[in-house]
Design a protein around this ligand. Sequence first.
Ligand code: AMP
Ligand code: ZN
Length: 113
Amino acid sequence: MDCLFCKMVKGEIPCTKVYEDDKVLAFEDINPAAPVHVLIIPKEHYDNVGDDVPQEVLGYLLQTVKKIAEIKEIDKSGYRVSINTGSDGGQTVNHLHLHVNGGAPLYCGSLVI
Ligand code: AMP
Ligand code: ZN
């Protein structure tokens, strides 16, 4: 399958890793919409959150958010987690991913992705 994020998981395309374990990979977004913009992906491919994703995968992704917030030191200041889904949702890469944004107040204005 020709999937950008699967290629990152396999190491075929470089990324700036923030965290990795046997289930997930987290890396810096190439086009950050806020001072902190990290993407968390499952290593296994799912198109998006509507793709019959097992609950243990969804749960693990959300648990990883806390780790990323601590690593990026935004756990105290706060952050936003978003999952764009499908065309109206603005999804551009069809491999399930969570955006973790923070590092500044995320008003309903220019910093919102
Ligand atoms: P979405 O629009 O929700 O599908 O999010 C896809 C995200 O992937 C966007 O925020 C892009 O900036 C990001 N992105 C695309 N290509 C890369 C890449 N090679 N490395 C890191 N992030 C990427
Ligand atoms: Zn993939």
